[in-house]
Design a protein around this ligand. Structure first.
Ligand code: AMP
Length: 399
């Protein structure tokens, strides 16, 4: 079955058409600047030149119409018509407590997703727009929602509760949810395969280090803790997000700088993290590393704080699972930065981690980067959220 995987943002839409049998990507692309002047579709088939088409996209429905046109075009398309697309898998950011696994989308599910929008006002509405547009344009194609939060629904109460009055959990469901679940699920599963181990007997820590970054403790295939919380602002220091912070800092900045709560939260989301720590230099680790090499303080300061926070969480999650067998690095930074991996692993001598310096130079490919005698294994596993979504979508539709 061909599965169309859709990841809708507020002004963008990423898609991949995946053959669920061979697991090959048949075509992929991106609609940019939806609802903004200068919108364009980037479309790519394996082995063919990338095509960029400038076209007006006032809304997501038009974007999806253009994606369908591209996929079915007589010359450059990859399917004859819509009947050759067996299902659509939608990435949905927040599933709240309602969705502990992926689900076939119907009107009731859409209504339940709408209720979760309160918890993710920046993301869920865009996901829903994409779902509605697909439902209109492909009414006969089954659709599945795959939630970023679902994998972490196995966290025990002591891991997901905040130390605040319990009535706020009862009234508003304020708790830790966690995100990047599809990635943590895929990478922990793949690590077990690479190690030839039974996932049901493995304690794994997955470090998803991208522009957004989170870390999870996966015990016997189940997430038992993760660093993001009610929203993706909690946890690690990220590209532009602060991660963990004393909440009083918010009040303090608001008073000192005469800003509203919303403005300070915006600063914590958009101007903080390694961007903020490097004094606005960059949120991209390539720039930070170049800055450090050039002898400047900003890049070094930001990278050291970032790596330290990751190492600290690894310690916490080792305690949460009473041990760890494997630590995985994934996403943009985790897959491509030997420097960050090495900086994190410098803190892990107590786990018997011995880095293989040569293996650690690898970028963007699966590798075990510790020596064969290293007590705890460290791996690089490129994440593949689209494939994980396609697999889950296919499983639901074929059930
Ligand atoms: P993601 O959000 O997973 O797409 O990750 C994007 C981030 O990965 C970028 O902002 C960079 O900081 C980082 N990144 C990508 N390529 C490299 C590289 N070759 N070396 C270091 N960092 C990289």
């Amino acid at each position: 079955m061909n599965v169309l995987v859709i990841n809708c943002g507020s002004s963008s839409l990423k898609f991949q058409l995946i053959d669920s049998k061979s697991e090959n990507v048949i075509a992929k692309g991106l609609c940019e600047r939806i609802g903004i002047e200068g919108s364009q579709l980037v479309y790519q088939r394996p082995g063919a030149e990338k095509q960029t088409t400038k076209s007006d996209m006032p809304d997501h429905k038009e974007a999806i119409r253009l994606v369908i046109d591209a996929l079915t075009a007589p010359d450059t398309g990859v399917v004859k018509d819509l009947s050759e697309i067996g299902a659509v898998g939608h990435r949905v950011v927040h599933g709240g407590e309602k969705f502990a696994s992926c689900v076939r989308i119907d009107d009731d599910v859409i209504a339940a997703m709408e209720e979760c929008s309160d918890l993710a006002p920046l993301h869920n509405p865009a996901n829903l727009i994409g779902i509605r547009a697909c439902a209109e344009l492909m009414p006969d194609t089954p659709m599945v929602g795959v939630f970023d939060t679902a994998f972490h629904q196995t966290m025990p109460e002591e891991a997901y509760l905040y130390g605040i009055p319990y009535r706020y959990y009862e009234k508003y469901r304020i708790r830790r949810y966690g995100f990047h679940g599809t990635s943590h699920f895929y990478v922990s599963g793949r690590a077990a395969e690479v190690l030839g181990a039974d996932i049901g007997e493995l304690k794994t820590i997955v470090c998803h280090l991208g522009n957004g970054a989170s870390i999870s403790a996966v015990e016997n295939g189940k997430s038992v803790d993760t660093s993001m919380g009610l929203t993706p602002l909690e946890g690690l220091i990220m590209g532009t997000r602060s991660g963990d912070i004393d909440p009083t800092v918010i009040e303090y900045i608001a008073h000192k700088e005469n800003k509203s709560l919303e403005e300070v939260i915006q600063i914590l989301n958009k101007e903080s993290g390694v961007l903020g720590l490097s004094n606005g230099l960059s949120s991209d680790f390539r720039d930070l590393e170049a800055d450090w090499k050039a002898g400047n303080a900003g890049g070094e300061r930001a990278m050291k704080a970032f790596a330290y926070r990751v190492a600290k969480y690894i310690g916490a999650y080792t305690a949460a699972m009473n041990g760890v067998d494997a630590i995985c690095f994934t996403a943009g930074v985790g897959e491509n930065s030997p420097t960050i991996r090495s900086m994190v692993c410098e803190h892990l001598g107590y786990l018997g981690v011995t880095l293989d310096q040569e293996q650690n130079q690898k970028r963007g490919e699966e590798a075990i980067i510790t020596t064969p005698d290293s007590k705890t294994k460290v791996l690089v596993i490129p994440t593949n959220e689209e494939l994980a979504i396609a697999r889950e979508t296919c499983a639901i539709v074929e059930k």
